[in-house]
Design a protein around this ligand. Structure first.
Ligand code: ZN
Ligand code: ZN
Length: 355
């Protein structure tokens, strides 16, 4: 029998508990009784997001100990009393294959009311909560996790395999938020700065949105090659001149790259910043250039529930034309999480774990 099927009836689970630095230990813990609005999920496959590697290397603060991991796909094992609705409005059922949003919001504060639930004043994040808190099973480097009330839970289309679905809840949905912020892309010239997981995904998303040209910049030749296979019309190193862009999507987080994006925009151009998630040097802004060129600069951090749906739609629509599986290495076991978090980066943008 599939071990995951056996786990549907267990009352205990195993988590990869991060204890600071590169210390990760497998720990068996009891499964909690669910409260209203809560969902218990058996993780099918989880992918290692770069932000977890940043956490372990000390670049991103996080509570210790905790269960890290936020990108995953899993099966619903149980829902709390009264039931829980999926993102599509229908009730979640045991056995549904789902992904979920990284942010959990209150739904009532001023920011939630304004439609910015990712910036909820009481926001909590999957894979980012203390193990000694009201939400110990918050992370996906585990056999099970609990999704609290206020989570976005979306059913995965049957045609989308686990390794494509797993990044939907972080990388793909974040990219869909940047694509929305970029405005209509049909016929436009798009610059994607940075060809990591988000940049490569943005290339495919921009092409799917009808962009006429997608130029990618990245210092790494192998990443540029990958971008071309995902539909980029050209790929350049970071020292080569770029210009004539209608839209620039900055996903590298490098300040010089931000400046280069600003320089590359044509009249009416729009710069979407999403890669700058750690402190970085300020970038000079020439206000006359912004005025005379009618430029717009905007930022995107995390995403709203509709972007998770957009991510699944993109993956379903492009699963046969875009080599999505090339972004994910073959899966290893939960006991390898420590090595994946603190060891050298792997050959693909995402390492997969089947807990
Ligand atoms: Zn992430
Ligand atoms: Zn709120």
């Amino acid at each position: 029998m599939d071990p995951r099927t056996a786990d549907l009836t267990t009352d205990r689970t195993t988590v990869a508990l991060w204890e600071g630095g590169d210390a990760v230990r497998l720990v068996e813990v009891p499964l909690p009784d669910l409260g209203p609005g809560e969902v218990l999920v058996r993780v099918r496959l989880t992918t290692v997001c770069g932000s977890d590697r940043h956490t372990v290397s000390g670049r991103r603060p996080a509570p210790v100990p905790s269960v890290l991991g936020h990108e995953a796909v899993g099966d619903v094992v149980a829902v709390g009393p009264g039931g829980v609705d999926a993102e599509d409005g229908g009730p979640l059922r045991t056995g549904d294959r789902v992904v979920w949003g990284v942010t959990v919001s209150c739904g009532t504060c001023d920011r939630c009311a304004a439609g910015r639930t990712a910036k909820c004043r009481a926001v909590r994040k999957v894979g980012h909560e203390a193990f000694a808190s009201a939400w110990p099973l918050s992370g996906t480097y585990a056999r099970h996790l609990v999704l609290p009330a206020g989570s976005t839970v979306a059913r995965v289309p049957a045609a989308v395999p686990d390794d494509l679905a797993s990044p939907a809840g972080c990388a793909t949905a974040t990219v869909m938020a940047t694509i929305e912020a970029a405005g209509p892309l049909a016929g436009r010239r798009v610059l994607v700065s940075g060809a990591g997981m988000l940049g490569i995904t943005a290339v495919a998303a921009a092409r799917a949105a009808g962009a006429a040209q997608v130029l990618v910049t990245d210092p790494d030749a192998a990443r540029r090659d990958l971008a071309l296979r995902f539909g980029a019309t050209s790929a350049l190193g970071v020292d080569e001149p770029v210009g004539g862009g209608d839209v620039a999507i900055e996903l590298s987080g490098s300040s010089p790259a931000v400046a280069r994006c600003l320089d590359a925009l044509d009249v009416g151009g729009r710069l979407v910043l999403a890669g700058s998630v750690t402190p970085s040097p300020a970038v000079p802004l020439d206000p006359e250039r912004v005025v005379r060129r009618w430029l717009t600069v905007t930022g995107v951090h995390n995403y709203e529930p509709r972007h998770l749906r957009a991510a699944l739609d993109l993956l379903e629509r492009t699963r046969e034309t875009v080599p999505w599986s090339d972004l994910v290495t073959p899966a290893v076991g939960l006991d390898q999480v420590g090595r994946l978090l603190s060891g050298p980066a792997g050959p693909a943008p995402r390492a997969a774990v089947v807990p």
